[in-house]
Each structure stands twice: as structure tokens, then as C-alpha cells.
Design a protein around this ligand. Structure first.
Ligand code: SAH
Length: 346
């Protein structure tokens, strides 16, 4: 029995077994076998539904300096912007009209949005749209801050762990950041009753198959409601500008493995995947992904939220994005639905 069969049977592997499985990612037979099982599981729990999340990139100011990221504090060339409360609400209004029932507020770690301001934004949206889920993705905060946002009405939190390997984490982030804190944030969020999303980049500089195996061991232990993975894409104003981008093939392969290891998890087909391959998101759906996160930010700021180069969908109005995604989903036998799309993970 090979490791793909073993994974399908046991829904988990030992570290060394993951490594061997991942090293086989270019083997079409293995990839096929895994995606077939991933799609079977996804259909069992989520049918042919694809959930949509309206992404509002409300600030690109950041006090962190993650070496791979285009909006890190050290990038003096980034044109910075912030959306006002009213502008954020206008994005939600537009999103609600289009059928979105989840709003994701994502940004750099911008001290301007202190706890009070953040809580006001969250409760403002929740008050107006009580039938919608609010997701925050604003980085590392104290448990007290997370509690405050939760009380204000936040339901979910996305915080990719980025890599579960200490040394690899060190190489991607400056001294003042640590994997330990990052993980603690995820556990705090879970304890506070958030639906949490972890995740990592595929092919980030220095990443090995061992690192990826450690990501899977960590995710199995954390048991998050969502896992966001996308290929690393170099940004021209970072030290990694000449590094190769992550592999689309490997990303898709790992999506299938995630679906098998965490059957009920919500898995987005990410914008980064669509950026590196024009049919990347469709390929993601066919490998077990069941979420997309179209951009609801005002078109005027879209290009400025530049985590990596050549990001797609920066010119289209949200309505156009919806039509485009709907066509893409249908082309591979799935359909976009307009409900909150809560995770089945308990
Ligand atoms: N400040 C928030 C949001 C970060 S941006 C936080 O800390 O969680 C969301 C994700 O984009 C990051 O978690 C990272 O995994 C991804 N990202 C950043 N730079 C990238 C790059 N160059 N290529 C691909 N993904 C990138």
C-alpha cells in the first residue's frame, strides 16, 4: 500500500510519510487518487456549494515587517491607505446587495485601528447586518483584544500560522515576531469561540517538504475551521524578489491532502492561486476547495493592497467578480451560494 492509500484509509500520516507523499506530488496517478477522495469527501459534507466571502482590505499600513510581504513596514515604496468607517460600511452595503453574508476585514497591523475603533466598526456592521458573519484578519493581538472584538460581534478570525517550523519561521520574520506567539493567538481565538482559520504559503523561501509535513501535524492538532493556503508569489520590493513563486501543482495537491486530513474544513481557492494560474481557482475547486473570497474593497485602493506582484481582480467591480466566479464555478460543476457558510468543524 502506498502513502496515498494509507492517507485515504487513516486520514493522517506520520511526518516521514507525509514527506514521501509530498515528494510524489508530480505523479499524476497519486494526485488523481487524492483529488478523487477529496472531492468525494467535500461532496459528502458540502455538496456542490461554494461559499463566498467578501474581502475588505481596509488598511495597508503595517507595524510588522514580514520579509515576504509587500506591505511590510520597511517597504517605503508602498502607497499607504486606510478606509474610513463609512467607506468600510459602503463596501458591506454593496456586498450585501450582491448576496454576500460574510464580510472579511483584512489589513496590516495598523495601530490606528485601536481596540475601540475596531470594536465600533465590528458592532456597526453587525448591528446593520445581523444575519452576516464577520471575519477579522488583522494579525496578532492580546487575548483581551480578541475578546473585545468577539463581544462586539466578530464570528471568525483568519491568522495563518505561516509555517509550523521554528527555524523556518525565524527566517521569514524579523526577530520581534515568534511562532510561539502566533500559535498562542490561534489557541486564544479558539478558546474565545471564534471559528478560526490557519494556513501557510506553499513554496515560501526556504520551505522544505519536512516543513510542510510539520504544517500538517500542527493543523491536525489545532483542528481549525478553515485553512488558507496559496502559493508564495515574490514581491518586487522585498528581499525575496528574485525567488521563484510556489508551485500551483503542489498547492492543489496539498488542498486535496488537507481535505482528507480535515474532512469538514473550509478551504478557499485563493487569489494567489488564481494569480499564478488563470484556471488556478477552478483547479482548486476540483481538488477539494469550497470557498472563494472575492474582493469588496473600493477599486481605487485595490492595487495598493499589494502583498505580492500581479495580483488579479484589482480592476473589476465586485459585481463583475461575482459573475466571473459564478461562471468559473459552473464550468467545473459547482455553484456559488449566498449563505453564511459556517464551518461544520465543531
Ligand atoms: N496582517 C494580517 C493579514 C496578512 S495578509 C495577518 O498578519 O494575518 C494575508 C496573508 O497573505 C498572509 O498571512 C500571508 O500568508 C499571505 N502573503 C503575504 N505575502 C505574500 C506573498 N508574497 N505571496 C503569497 N502570499 C503572501
Amino acid at each position: 500500500m502506498d502513502f496515498a492509500d494509507k492517507l485515504i484509509k487513516n486520514r493522517e500520516l506520520e511526518k516521514e510519510e507525509y514527506v514521501e507523499l509530498f515528494e510524489d506530488y508530480k505523479n499524476p496517478e497519486t494526485a488523481e487518487k487524492l483529488s478523487r477522495e477529496a472531492v468525494r469527501i467535500r461532496k459528502e459534507y458540502y455538496g456542490d456549494k461554494i461559499y463566498i466571502r467578501g474581502l475588505i482590505e481596509f488598511t495597508n499600513y503595517c507595524k510588522n515587517n514580514c520579509y515576504y510581504c509587500g506591505i511590510r513596514r520597511g517597504n517605503k515604496n508602498a502607497a499607504r491607505y486606510r478606509l474610513s468607517r463609512d467607506e468600510i460600511m459602503e463596501c458591506c452595503d454593496e456586498g450585501y446587495r450582491l448576496g454576500f453574508r460574510t464580510f472579511v476585514l483584512q489589513g496590516g497591523e495598523d495601530p490606528y485601528y485601536n481596540d475601540q475603533r475596531m470594536a465600533e466598526i465590528v458592532s456597526g456592521i453587525k448591528g446593520k447586518y445581523p444575519d452576516c458573519a464577520i471575519t477579522l484578519s488583522i494579525g496578532e493581538k492580546s487575548k483581551e483584544s480578541y475578546r473585545l472584538f468577539r463581544e462586539a460581534g466578530a464570528d471568525r478570525y483568519l491568522l495563518r500560522h505561516e509555517t509550523a517550523n521554528e527555524e523556518h519561521y525565524r527566517s521569514l520574520h524579523p526577530e520581534e515576531m515568534s511562532l510561539k506567539v502566533r500559535k498562542q493567538c490561534l489557541y486564544d481565538l479558539k478558546e474565545l469561540g471564534y471559528q478560526i482559520g490557519a494556513g501557510f504559503m506553499v513554496g515560501s523561501p526556504g520551505q522544505t517538504m519536512e516543513h510542510l509535513a510539520e504544517d500538517f501535524l500542527f493543523l491536525k492538532e489545532l483542528n481549525p475551521h478553515m485553512v488558507g493556503i496559496g502559493p508564495f508569489i515574490p514581491h518586487h520590493d522585498t528581499r525575496y524578489k528574485d525567488e521563484p513563486g510556489g508551485s500551483v501543482e503542489l498547492t492543489i495537491f496539498l488542498l486535496s491532502v488537507l481535505r482528507i486530513v480535515l474532512p469538514k474544513v473550509l478551504l478557499p481557492a485563493t487569489t494567489a492561486l488564481g494569480t499564478l494560474d488563470p484556471r488556478g481557482r477552478e483547479k482548486g475547486f476540483c481538488a477539494g476547495a469550497n470557498v472563494v473570497m472575492p474582493n469588496l474593497s473600493p477599486v481605487s485602493v485595490r492595487k495598493k493592497y499589494e502583498l505580492y506582484d500581479n495580483k488579479i481582480c484589482t480592476g473589476d467591480e465586485a459585481a463583475e467578480c461575482m459573475n466571473c466566479l459564478d461562471r468559473r464555478a459552473k464550468s467545473v460543476g459547482y455553484r456559488i451560494v449566498c449563505d453564511r457558510g459556517d464551518s461544520l468543524v465543531k
